[in-house]
Design a protein around this ligand. Structure first.
Ligand code: GDP
Length: 444
């Protein structure tokens, strides 16, 4: 995902810090130079970098080292705090209308990911108990209307469309009536983009804004476009006024500079980030969690949230009981793997675990990919029900038969059985964590 390079370099910069006792200007010189380079290379706006480094320096020199922290820890804390501030400080939530429906208007250039995000956002809000209506207001890009309709079908969300011969203003207005008649409390309007910003586009968006008075105008930008995304944000904010941003494609190898600069440059916060093409790959943006993720502390909170939202609670409890009684079998292992698959890519999940962010690169190098899931599934399917329930009976000749049955090597079967034992141990831990969180162990 994005930030991998930045993450590594910032961690190195922090390691370069050799101070003991009071922090001096000399102690800071080399690490801060490295921080500056790291941010510039991540495509962060020049002025933003300058202010960021100055802030760290001033704080580091100004603060007395707290007794409970070493100077090195103090620096980590300062960088973490400043990074959190840079990303927006606290989470910016969506405005909810006093009198429904809440109207959310998605704007942005063509290809930024508006239509996909409309679907993703609808699905996310429904998970939070809302009743969204998707509105096909992009009458400019061929196939955008059909695309939204298909998304709506996949997600079982209602879509309001009037074709591409009706003006978007008219569509938006009529969508309000539709929302009332369907008792939808949230309206998400997908609007047309263009390849570049132009007057025609801005006029169209201003007219829609005037017609339906949205509670949220969210600009969708593509992280891969780097500083251009920030320039686009400045224009949209100046011409139309935006309430926040959704940065898409952060799962790719974007350097991430847009996310880091946009709040400082435009004053508007990032509210969500797109982390993949799958329809559940949209996440509320938490500046503090993202900062600690970038600094390599991982983000155990996001992981727990993910586990909570995708794991069926009854199933989890049943699984937990089985784990406790030591009845966890390969059948449940398979089921559990399918749950993991639902949570997103292996890489995304690993990036969330403290200390694991570096591993995703190694995994990539070692060629461990999503296909691993399919291989495991094939091996388990090649076992008899008895073997699945009692893996300890799988001796040498059974291993050979299983391998032949699924067209794999005996080593692969051995590896799976070993992984199964390890997973059993790890899942005991994870189940404990999820239970702790569901009892309100963490505030989220
Ligand atoms: P629009 O022109 O702004 O409506 O853009 P689309 O919604 O059609 O998206 C353009 C492309 O970006 C599509 O292929 C999407 O699947 C892809 N896309 C959107 N969001 C993400 C994301 O967060 N990650 C990745 N990898 N692709 C995305």
């Amino acid at each position: 995902m994005a930030f991998e390079n930045l993450s590594e370099r910032l961690q190195n910069a922090i390691k370069m810090f050799r101070g003991s006792g009071k922090i001096t200007e000399d102690d800071l010189k080399a690490p801060l130079r490295e921080v500056r380079m790291a941010l510039l290379e991540a495509d962060v706006n020049f002025k933003v970098v300058k202010d960021f480094v100055t802030n760290i320096k001033e704080r580091a020199l100004g603060e007395t080292v707290q007794q409970s922290l070493t100077p090195g820890q103090q620096i980590i804390k300062i960088v973490n705090d400043e990074l959190t501030q840079l990303l927006g400080g606290t989470q910016s939530k969506l405005t909810v209308a006093d009198k429904p429906p809440t109207v959310i208007m998605l704007v942005g250039l063509q290809g930024a990911g508006k239509t996909t995000t409309a679907g993703k956002l609808g699905s996310l809000l429904r998970k939070k108990g809302k009743k969204p209506l998707l509105v096909a207001g992009d009458v400019y890009r061929p196939a955008a209307i059909k695309q939204l309709q298909v998304l709506g079908e996949q997600l079982s969300l209602p879509v309001f469309a009037l074709g591409d011969q009706v003006s978007p203003v008219e569509i938006a207005r009529k969508a309000m009536d539709k929302a009332f008649s369907l008792a939808c409390d949230t309206v998400i309007i997908d609007t047309a983009g263009r390849l570049h910003i132009n007057e025609e586009l801005m006029d169209e968006l201003r007219n829609i804004k005037a017609a339906v008075n949205p509670h949220e105008i969210l600009l969708v930008v593509d992280a891969m476009t780097g500083q251009d995304a920030v320039t686009v944000a400045e224009s949209f904010n100046g011409e139309l006024g935006i309430d926040g941003l959704i940065v898409t494609k952060l799962d790719g190898d974007a350097r991430g500079g847009a996310v880091l600069s946009v709040k400082a440059v435009t004053g508007r916060p990032v509210k969500f980030v797109g982390m993949g093409e799958k329809l559940d790959a949209l996440e509320p943006f938490h500046p503090d969690r993202m900062a600690s993720r970038i600094l390599g502390m991982g983000d155990i909170l996001s992981l727990i949230e993910k586990i909570q939202s995708t794991t069926d609670l009854a199933k989890a409890l049943e699984m937990e009981k089985k784990l406790r009684k030591d009845e966890f079998t390969l059948e449940q292992f398979l089921e559990q793997m399918q749950q993991v698959k639902k949570m997103g890519s292996l890489e995304t999940i690993l990036g969330l675990i403290p200390g694991m962010s570096g591993i995703s690169q190694k995994l990539k190098e070692a060629n461990v990919d999503e296909k691993e899931f399919d291989r495991v599934e094939a091996i388990i399917r090649s076992m008899t029900p008895k073997e699945r329930r009692h893996p300890d009976i799988i001796n040498g000749s059974r291993r050979k038969r299983i391998a032949a049955g699924c067209g794999m090597r005996v080593q692969d079967v051995n590896k799976l059985l070993k992984n199964f034992e390890e997973s059993k141990k790890m899942m005991k831990k994870m189940q404990g964590m999820a239970k702790f969180a569901s009892k309100g162990g963490f505030k989220m």
